[in-house]
Design a protein around this ligand. Structure first.
Ligand code: 3NM
Ligand code: MG
Length: 532
């Protein structure tokens, strides 16, 4: 070993697991193929091998890694690492302390530590770790005695601890090519700290084609790393009220042109009026909730709305969002009444840890519950009191935390991607007198997100910052358009002579959604832009 540390590319970190090899697949052949596929770092993990066997495997694996110029680390066993000249070790929380490992190993040794909490990360930094393995991101059969799942949203809390340090981070636990992009995107901390790579066992090792499996993962990591900065603190200079109105206006005909299929898993109270609102805007609703149909549906749809006003099939909601993420379709989440019961709270956490929302839309009480804030309380599905003291700060912080666009509805609506906040002051008070007007905002937002992503895919526009949301197109603008469509239509509906109260208001609202034009939207839109 030399005295300078090897340069390590953490992008795709293969952790070995011989027990998972497909029948008839040779371990060395699998390792060779995964390196050909783009693995950038290897850890030899042998939990049951005798010392002699472990050493033999490590030596032969090292030869293969050297051929590809990929560093090799040893799990836990400092003696093996020393004996065969590994580039470093990976140690767990209950293994040898870093300081002791460091004192035994040459100065050039790379030392990584498994971390399951922000405290673990803080300690690892203090102890001089080179990198941390954070997780488990999802559940996995690969590791015995797995720690509690931290989830994608928990990873960001750990990454924050690395701000201002040189310590690198990889996520581990249940990572596959189907969820890798969500893992990378969703784990970025509120301070903009992103993962350096992904650590994977079964998705590569258990594959009969490890080269292909590694290629898929390496492609995703590269795409993410070469994308726009995970969180620029700079506001997007394009966002002026005039520019946004222009974009919103262009989306009105885009909905009618594409007529996207908008898949809605929604509650029994509002299903009918949501479907009619979708049709009036020029899109097609499809209501389906069985998990078994989500894969097929995800390819056909333009966007997905998950509204859990009446949670009947949580598995369907989990599957729908997962498949929408895989197929890069926008997912709008409307956590109706999430503050009302613990079941709703744990369900919302399960959903947001399983898939990446593109937009989360709620009233003050709902979004306070999502943010685990006690500033606003809710009663049933309604929020109580005045709302947030500083709604602009609240929505932008939540957008950064959840890594998506946040829509806070109320007398004024606040929409943010974390860098910019748009305040919309449209809407008539009759909206408060009918049931499900909030749910119709969700429908409208999902419809516009679907149209915006189809439009962006078609026009092959240069990547905008919001592509990082796993969806093409500007989802901040789409969310504003969705809110404006419903609120502006409500003003036209309320002004009609034949509207006498909430009973006649609802059909008039549907009519006015159908009669919206770009000109009417632009003329009526009352928006202000706050760049943070
Ligand atoms: N460590 P797979 S999870 C080795 O959370 C390991 O510390 C974990 O395997 C941790 O990619 C894990 O097959 C196994 O899910 C990851
Ligand atoms: Mg260990």
């Amino acid at each position: 070993m030399t005295h300078s540390k090897p340069t390590v590319d953490y992008s795709l970190y293969l952790v070995t697991g011989r027990a998972l090899l497909p029948a008839g697949k040779d371990y060395y052949e699998s390792l060779e193929e995964s390196l050909q596929g783009g693995v950038t770092l290897v850890q030899i993990r042998e939990k049951t091998a005798e010392t002699g066997e472990f050493l033999e495997i490590a030596c032969r694996s090292k030869e293969i890694c050297r051929k590809h110029n990929v560093p090799i680390l040893i799990n836990d066993r400092i003696d093996i690492a020393l004996a065969m000249g590994a580039d470093g070790v990976h140690i767990g929380q209950t293994d040898m302390p870093i300081a002791v490992a460091r004192s035994l190993l040459p100065p050039s040794a790379v030392i990584g530590v498994t971390c399951n909490t922000p405290e673990h990360v803080r300690q690892a930094v203090e102890d001089g770790a080179d990198y941390v393995g954070v997780g488990p991101a999802w559940t996995t059969q690969t590791k015995k005695n797995l720690n509690a799942i931290v989830g994608i949203r928990g990873l960001g809390m750990m990454l924050r601890e690395l701000d201002g340090t040189q310590v690198k981070a990889v996520a581990i636990g249940g990572i596959k090519s189907t969820n890798a992009l969500h893992c990378l995107h969703g784990s970025v901390s509120t301070t903009g700290h992103a993962l350096d790579g992904l650590a994977v066992v079964s998705d590569i090792v258990a594959s009969p084609e490890p080269k292909l499996a590694a290629e898929k993962l390496a492609f995703i990591v590269r795409a993410f790393k070469s994308g726009p900065p995970s969180s620029s603190s700079l506001p997007d200079a394009r966002y002026t009220a005039e520019w946004i109105k222009e974009q919103v206006a262009s989306l009105v005909p885009a909905v009618r042109k594409h007529g996207p299929l908008v898949h809605q898993i929604t509650n029994t109270v509002v299903a009918n009026q949501s479907a009619n609102a979708t049709l009036a805007l020029g899109a097609s609703p499809i209501m389906a909730s069985a998990p078994e149909e989500m894969e097929d549906l995800s390819r056909a749809i333009g966007g997905l709305l998950i509204n859990f006003g009446t949670i009947q099939n949580l598995d369907g909601m989990l599957a729908a969002g997962t498949w929408a993420n895989i197929n890069l379709k926008p997912v709008v989440f409307d956590p109706v009444g999430v503050g009302a019961t613990r079941y709703r709270q744990t369900s919302a956490d399960a959903l947001l840890n399983t898939w990446q929302a593109t937009v989360i839309k709620g009233n003050a009480g709902e979004l306070a519950a999502i943010a685990k804030s006690t500033e606003v309380r809710s009663r049933g599905v309604d929020s109580v009191g005045q709302g947030f003291e500083d709604p602009i700060a609240f929505v932008s912080q939540l957008a950064r935390k959840e890594r998506c666009v946040i829509v806070l509805t109320g007398v004024q609506d606040y929409i943010s991607d974390g860098n910019t906040v748009i305040r919309c002051s449209n809407g008539h008070k009759l909206l408060g007198d009918i049931t499900g007007s909030g749910c119709m905002v969700g429908t409208s937002v999902a419809t516009f997100c679907a149209a915006a992503s189809l439009e962006a895919a078609e026009s092959q526009t240069a990547a905008v910052a919001h592509d990082a949301l796993l969806v093409k197109g500007d989802m901040l603008v789409a969310a504003v358009a969705g809110v404006l469509a419903l609120t502006v239509a409500s003003e036209f509906a309320a002004a009609r002579q034949d509207v006498l109260g909430s009973g006649t208001f609802l059909p008039a609202l549907i009519d006015e959604l159908g009669a919206l034009t770009p000109e009417k939207m632009v003329k009526a839109a009352n928006i202000e832009v706050f760049s943070l």
